[in-house]
Unconditional design. Structure first.
Length: 444
């Protein structure tokens, strides 16, 4: 089911307050969307409780955080962490005495991976073990969480788990060529998905990015029932990606990054929210704009969609504050370069037939092509070269603003969500930033 439903207007208030509980279902990292939501929960005075994926020993075994790791994580989060390892996926699970799928992938090479066949019965056995392990961890974490939630409190579950790449040298080399490769280094994403290696990664993407959301909803049923029986409400959010509306040729148009292999799992995440919603559970996937994070930096060119946000600041009435963002971003460029130069490059990029051909919502996620890779990666590199420093980019600054806006939008919208799947485009991002900052008023 593909139905584009953007959030157009900013929600004005939230029902969450002091005494309510915010649960981060995943770990908090320095660069990522979850920071915006955690900041909103903290500002509202909510009790913040986090989870952990645990840590791997050199042997591959999974363990809880040690005392020092736990203290550091709780200080970073600003709340208690339930120290039950919840590493989603099955890449390191296997029946005793048999190899993990990671070990099997390690047998592949750049010359053999496309022809390499996997034992799918064994893969399924590994998957079943991984799912059972994860669901047992969820059950234990929810048992401990139950004791921390006061009767009648509202509960906000924020699912942040994503990813699932099989972390082996051969796959990282392949992924590097799919997402960064040009010319002779280009590898087709279609070729990957046709291989057993690609199919295995899609399965693990599903478990980490999507099915973990379903296991959370299922595992927290008793908490949900108790909250509702005592006068509280339970809400669930998850972070999706399914393209974003940005200003192109003076109008907001849907566009996307290609190839976003995890898109199949993100679509499954949407279906999980729709299923929950049909059962009366308020679970919402927010499809957020492209930003630079620790994990998204592998996707060269993804950041190009951030630059049109500057024009959205002007369109949506961000006023003096919006002008200040232009000034801040311009200061990051080399002498002789300007934001006008950058935006002209972006206009040419978006106007090119190869870029326009990928603005096909119904076909998403589409496979990459050599022509798109040349166009997108070349544009990304040319814009990066205009900056004074490669580690101080305009897109870093714009990413922090998007995180701030999405945090407020999701926090307020989740009180009374309008649907199971919503898109946050540059229009509502700019409107929210206008409303947040002194002296700025959102456009009518």
């Amino acid at each position: 089911m593909n139905e584009f439903i953007p959030l157009r207007n900013i929600p004005q208030s939230s029902a969450f307050r002091k005494g309510d509980t915010f649960v981060l279902f995943g770990e908090l990292f320095d660069r990522g969307y979850a920071n915006g939501l955690v900041n909103e929960a903290r500002a509202a005075g909510m009790t913040i409780i986090g989870m952990t994926v645990g840590r791997r020993e050199d042997s591959g075994s999974l363990r809880p955080l040690n005392a020092d790791e736990l203290a550091a994580a709780e200080a970073h989060l600003g709340g208690k962490i339930i120290n039950v390892p919840m590493m989603a996926g099955f890449d390191m699970d296997a029946p005793a005495g048999t190899p993990t799928v990671t070990a099997l992938v390690n047998e592949m090479t750049l010359k053999t991976w496309q022809e390499h066949s996997l034992d799918w019965a064994h893969v399924e056995a590994c998957r079943a073990l991984g799912v059972a392990r994860f669901k047992a961890a969820v059950d234990e974490a929810m048992r401990q969480l139950t004791e921390l939630i006061p009767a009648g409190a509202n509960v906000f579950f924020a699912h942040t788990m994503a990813g699932g790449l099989i972390k082996t040298k051969v796959f990282l080399a392949i992924a590097n060529r799919i997402y960064k490769g040009r010319g002779e280094r280009f590898i087709s994403s279609k070729a990957l998905l046709a291989s057993d290696l690609g199919k295995l990664n899609l399965m693990n993407f599903d478990e980490v990015t999507a099915n973990s959301f379903a296991y959370l909803i299922e595992g927290s049923a008793a908490i949900r029932a108790h909250a509702e029986q005592t006068g509280g409400q339970v809400r669930y959010t998850a972070y999706g990606y399914h393209g974003t509306e940005v200003l192109i040729d003076g109008a907001y148009q849907w566009q996307t990054y290609t190839n976003y292999t995890q898109g199949y799992a993100k679509k499954r995440l949407e279906e999980i929210a729709r299923t929950a919603w049909a059962e009366g559970i308020k679970a919402t996937v927010f499809n957020c704009p492209e930003i630079r994070t620790n994990s998204s930096d592998v996707f060269i060119g993804l950041e190009l969609s951030l630059f049109p946000l500057l024009n959205a600041f002007k369109r949506e009435g961000c006023s003096t504050w919006g002008d200040e963002q232009w000034t801040t971003c311009a200061a990051l460029l080399q002498e002789g370069s300007s934001l006008s130069n950058v935006l002209e490059i972006l206009d040419s990029y978006n106007a090119a037939p190869v870029a326009a051909s990928f603005r096909d919502f119904e076909a998403w996620p589409m496979d990459n092509t050599p022509e798109l890779a040349d166009h997108m990666i070349g544009t990304s590199e040319s814009i990066s070269a205009l900056h004074k420093e490669r580690n101080a980019l305009i897109t870093d600054h714009l990413s922090t603003l998007v995180i701030e806006a999405t945090g407020r939008l999701m926090f307020n919208e989740t009180s009374d969500p309008t649907g199971p799947v919503l898109w946050l485009g540059h229009d509502v991002i700019a409107k929210q930033l206008a409303a947040l900052h002194s002296g700025a008023q959102p456009a009518a």
